[in-house]
Design a protein around this ligand. Structure first.
Ligand code: PMP
Length: 437
């Protein structure tokens, strides 16, 4: 590519229409608290915590200082057959935040790695328990579990599944999105708990002795803020228990305060066997993910291997010093500022503000839980997703960052958001909805 935008040519951007982006580049060059600064010098209110990840707001000095200290003390040390103190400390702190029993922590560098790690751990656990025939992994339609081969295989994103070969031996529960029965519900949708019984259908179809694990996002974020029907997750838990199936919650988005507690598992009172995390773990200042595992599952794997390496898996950067330091400073910040409780306290105000858009042009559903909102637009005839994309661009150009996914606008602001900023977000969207096609 030649011409004015030459300096943009080399970076092959992820999940981006590279040609149209590079024809009209929009850039962020700085950030602080609730705001980004755009390349053309404007303040952009961050309605999405970056990409669901900067839960304490941007460029928090406490985190920056912790990273700088680690970078100048011990920039890197292996965690294969060696160790350094920070990840041990962080694992212990993280274990204390997890639901009762999930106190063994494996570190990764991203959500995708956490998912593939969790799936491997589930297989290892089943093998360790003498259940080696259990190799099938079950996900859910409209699930997003990152981009590893495991994650795309259990995920239910149609483009992912059509573009890449997946792992053999996966299957999917039906999704729970039901506009006909649940549109404009506040809180948990009343209808759809019975969809959890789809797991029983898969057990009947394949045999429980072939099924290792089920993975779901307690709330599907990336595919449009799909909140679980009341009772759905409880029912899934019961069916897993009945059939010896490991239940994995992918909490890459929901962990660290997004739904008003450390995890959705805690907030909603359903305890899985494994939880995957990333994003908010370090406030996104350094990439890091983690997998929390029930102690008895961890112990089963360790005991099943008489000597040597029990889990043949790991990353060069598992427990990286800079990421661990960022994680510790982030957890301190969340606790000191009571940000999970804050999300909980603001949730009602947030819900009312989101629902104030009801009746505006194009809107066919509004969903919120904790500090998340999904605003579903009627697809433009012949051009699905175009309307949400236009709204995303219009919002950015007028100083608000939202996320467009399909025909849904998703919002997930940093948990430090003030009521006036909540009003500004939905006020801006109201104004733009009247303007777009
Ligand atoms: N799982 C879930 C539920 C996610 O939302 C995401 C990212 N949005 C991922 C996994 C993948 O995370 P990453 O992009 O860090 O690999």
């Amino acid at each position: 590519m030649q011409g004015d935008n030459d300096q943009l040519a080399s970076f092959w951007m992820p999940f981006t229409a590279n040609r149209s982006y590079k024809a009209h580049p929009r850039q962020l060059v700085a950030a602080s608290g609730m705001y980004y600064q755009s390349g053309d010098g404007r303040r952009i209110l961050d309605g999405t915590s970056g990409l669901w990840c900067s839960n304490a707001g941007h460029c928090r000095p406490e985190i920056a200082e912790a990273i700088a200290k680690a970078a100048t003390t011990l920039d890197f040390a292996p965690t294969f057959q060696l160790g350094h103190p920070l990840p041990f400390e962080l694992a212990q702190r993280l274990a204390a935040l997890m639901p009762e029993g999930l106190d063994r922590i494996f570190f990764t560098n991203s959500g995708s790695e956490s998912v593939d790690t969790a799936l491997k751990i589930a297989l290892a656990v089943q093998r360790a328990k003498g259940q080696g025939t259990r190799t099938r992994l079950i996900g859910r339609e409209r699930g997003y579990h990152g981009v590893g081969f495991g994650g795309i295989s259990v995920g239910g994103i149609v483009s992912n599944r059509r573009t890449w070969p997946g792992l053999p031996g996966t299957d999917h529960l039906r999704h729970t999105h039901d506009l006909a029965r649940n549109a404009f519900t506040r809180g948990f949708p009343a209808h759809g708990a019975e969809l959890a019984d789809d797991l029983q259908r898969l057990v009947d179809l394949h045999g429980a002795e072939t099924i290792a694990a089920v993975i779901v996002e307690p709330m599907a974020g990336s595919t449009g803020v799909l909140i679980p029907p009341a009772g759905y997750l409880q029912r899934l838990r019961e069916i897993c228990d009945r059939h010896g199936i490991i239940l994995i919650f992918d909490e890459v988005i929901t962990a660290f305060g997004r739904v008003g507690a450390a995890t959705a598992a805690e907030a909603w009172g359903v305890t899985p066997d494994i939880i995957t995390m990333a994003k908010g773990l370090t406030n996104a200042a350094v990439p890091m993910g983690a997998v929390a595992v029930k102690r008895d599952l961890h112990d089963a794997v360790l005991e099943s291997v008489p000597g040597g390496i029990e889990l043949f898996h790991g990353y060069t950067y598992s427990g990286h010093p800079l990421a661990s330091a960022a994680g510790l400073a982030t957890l301190d910040l969340y606790a000191r500022e009571g940000l999970f409780e804050r999300a909980n306290e603001l949730a009602g105000y947030w819900e009312d503000a989101a629902h104030s858009l009801k009746g505006r042009r194009h809107i066919i559903d509004i969903r919120t839980i904790g500090l998340v909102a999904g605003i579903e637009l009627e697809p433009r005839p012949g051009a699905p997703t175009a309307r949400a994309m236009e709204l995303f661009h219009a919002a950015f150009d007028s100083g608000l960052l939202v996320r467009a996914t399909g025909d849904i606008i998703a919002l997930s602001p940093p948990l430090i958001v003030e009521k006036a900023e909540i009003d500004a977000m939905f006020g801006k969207l109201a104004e733009l909805l009247d303007r777009i096609d």
